[in-house]
Design a protein around this ligand. Structure first.
Ligand SMILES: [Zn+2]
Length: 278
């Protein structure tokens, strides 16, 4: 009997080591608690409860670090108020994260030709349709995710407009700049900074020729003003695979890539995701 128990004990111990779970590294952008940034914190929660986790009634991006701890990534909108963001498990507070003000630069330009400031009326139905198509693409949450979200730079070029810039035309405030602009000569190859799937390609009034990539779990990146698109919808793309070339299609003043990253439809600063500072 004693021998049997010992054998049972050995079997139990060995089966525990056999079924040991390897958790992923979960490499998220640094905690950047300001509008346009991200919350990166660890929460204690069981696997069964993860679908209950919300921040301001919105979904969060999760990665399991051990049996009952998950890394949580929450996008912070540029229009977010400067007040703590509460992360909830149903109605139980898991975390209250303070948010800080960040100064973004301003860009003021004067344009005398009013036709260039507002698009001609005949383009409005097209612009509305494209805006809806873009919004729908950014809101896609597919059932896969990356545990490591560090990205390579999509091309070699010069930073021509930072994320978050407050833009004014003829002293009228316009939409904030929700992307990072990288200037380069027409034809410069653009590489996918992370693997993903081509969600949408098109030639848009404002964005010009654009590729939307789905990286899974609610993370979408977009590449605009291209001269050439070298991928098709539904195609799986590896990290550093060429997806197109720099151009000046759409509403632009010169050739550049307008690179946007959105998590659950909220655009956040692409520079936070870079493996190496740009
Ligand atoms: Zn831009």
């Amino acid at each position: 009997m004693k021998i049997k128990l010992v054998l049972l004990g050995i079997f139990f111990l060995s089966s525990c080591t056999t079924f040991k779970i390897n958790y992923p590294a979960c490499v998220f952008p640094d905690h950047s608690p300001f509008p346009g940034g991200v919350i990166n914190k660890i929460i204690k929660i069981s696997s069964a409860e993860i679908s209950n986790v919300k921040a301001e009634q919105k979904s969060v991006y999760l990665c399991q670090v051990d049996q009952d701890h998950w890394k949580v990534l929450v996008p912070i909108s540029l229009s977010s108020e400067i007040k703590p963001i509460v992360i909830l498990n149903k109605d139980k507070t898991l975390l209250k994260v303070p948010i800080f003000y960040k100064e973004y630069s301003e860009s003021k330009i004067t344009i005398n030709n009013t036709d260039l400031v507002s698009p001609p009326a005949e383009y409005l139905p097209r612009i509305k349709k494209e805006s809806e198509l873009g919004k729908a693409a950014l809101s896609v949450v597919s059932n896969s995710y990356h545990s490591a979200l560090k990205m390579s730079l999509p091309l070699e070029g010069l930073k021509s407009s930072e994320f978050g810039v407050r833009r004014f035309i003829n002293n009228e405030p316009r939409n904030r700049h929700t992307a990072l602009d990288i200037a380069a000569v027409v034809g410069t190859k653009i590489m996918s900074p992370l693997s993903g799937k081509v969600l949408l390609v098109g030639n848009f009034y404002y964005r010009g020729k654009t590729v939307f990539l789905d990286h899974g779990g609610g993370m979408i990146s977009t590449y605009s003003h291209l001269s050439e698109i070298s991928v098709r919808e539904g195609q799986l793309i590896k990290k550093n695979e060429v997806i197109g070339e720099v151009g000046q299609t759409g509403r632009v003043t010169g050739p550049h890539l307008h690179w946007q990253i959105a998590l659950f439809s909220v655009p956040i600063d692409p520079e936070l995701f870079l493996e190496q500072a740009f």
